[in-house]
Design a protein around this ligand. Structure first.
Ligand SMILES: [Zn+2]
Length: 308
């Protein structure tokens, strides 16, 4: 009995010394690498759940730890602290995330990204309500997934809506612009008063009028109606100073009686570019623009398209 008692006391003393000098902790190993110490396995597993697995928001669709940590009971000198935060960080570096977001696409061209399906639907419904009646909109919502967080550059619903709306407005505008043989006319050459229509006969001309006369102040800028290439830019008899622009598809526009020509043959021009100034050169009785639209060389009535 006495011996047993002594053994017990000795054991108790050793245990006390251990308890004074050491803490009982868990050593954590990830992928064969000892990464740190934690106080409680249960608390730590909760922390993994809260800080890694159930991370709220940020478009995270799916989280998986690449490797599961293993735990081993250890005595840790009391001078050494446990380092849960560093272990969590190490685990985060060994975690795969799949991010989910939504793409709203218009005409396979414009793409806007938002965080949720609800936001995507709001954007689409709003655009369709506003513009869907007048315009057939090729608009769709697609689910997108990525492992690369940097790819998830979503916009707020307001910005997405705004960007799409601007694109839709452009489509509406394009749709309402006149079209000559597939060439969109985007610009009136001048603003003025129509003084002679297409097709009328006049005592100062030998044939019917092949263009439209628009009277305005001498020197007024003449703008190209659509993108194209200048194919003629000089004086031509009764036309006076004449500029011809080829727009493709056999469509040409002619600008006659100019006081000045600001362009040269071969120059690429865009709708709205100023190519000449209104004048009264050639067979003309006062400053005006004689505008012709020609398809495969044949004049057509400009008022079918412009100055309606
Ligand atoms: Zn004329």
């Amino acid at each position: 009995m006495k011996v047993l008692g002594l053994i017990f006391i000795a054991f108790a003393i050793i245990l006390t010394i251990i308890m004074i000098k050491f803490n009982i902790v868990y050593s954590v190993t990830i992928d064969n690498k000892q990464v740190g110490y934690i106080k409680s396995q249960k608390n730590f597993e909760n922390e993994i759940k809260n800080k890694i697995i159930e991370v709220a928001g940020n478009n995270i669709e799916f989280v998986s730890l690449n490797v599961n940590p293993t735990y081993e009971i250890k005595l840790l000198d009391k001078s050494q602290k446990t380092n849960e935060d560093e272990v969590i960080l190490e685990l985060q570096n060994n975690t795969s995330y799949i991010y989910k977001f939504y793409e709203v696409g218009l005409d396979n061209e414009t793409k806007e990204f938002v965080d949720t399906l609800e936001e995507a639907e709001n954007v689409v419904n709003d655009i369709k309500n506003q513009y869907g009646k007048d315009l057939e909109l090729n608009i769709e919502i697609l689910e997108r997934f990525t492992e690369n967080k940097d790819e998830v550059k979503t916009d707020s619903i307001e910005i997405a809506q705004n960007n799409l709306e601007n694109q839709v407005k452009k489509l509406v505008e394009e749709n309402s612009m006149p079209n000559v043989n597939g060439i969109k006319l985007a610009q009136l050459p001048v603003r003025g008063t129509i003084t002679s229509r297409y097709g009328v006969s006049s005592r100062i001309r030998s044939s019917n009028h092949t263009g439209l006369d628009i009277a305005c102040k001498a020197g007024t800028d003449i703008k190209v109606v659509s993108k194209g290439k200048v194919v003629f830019a000089q004086n031509k008899g009764s036309y006076g100073n004449l500029v011809k622009v080829d727009h493709g598809n056999g469509v040409e526009t002619w600008y006659a009686h100019c006081s000045k020509i600001y362009t040269t043959v071969g120059k690429q021009v865009n709708a709205g570019d100023i190519i000449a100034a209104v004048g009264s050169t050639g067979n003309s009785t006062g400053p005006h623009l004689h505008l012709e639209i020609r398809i495969n060389g044949n004049p057509v009535n400009p008022q079918k398209y412009l100055y309606k």
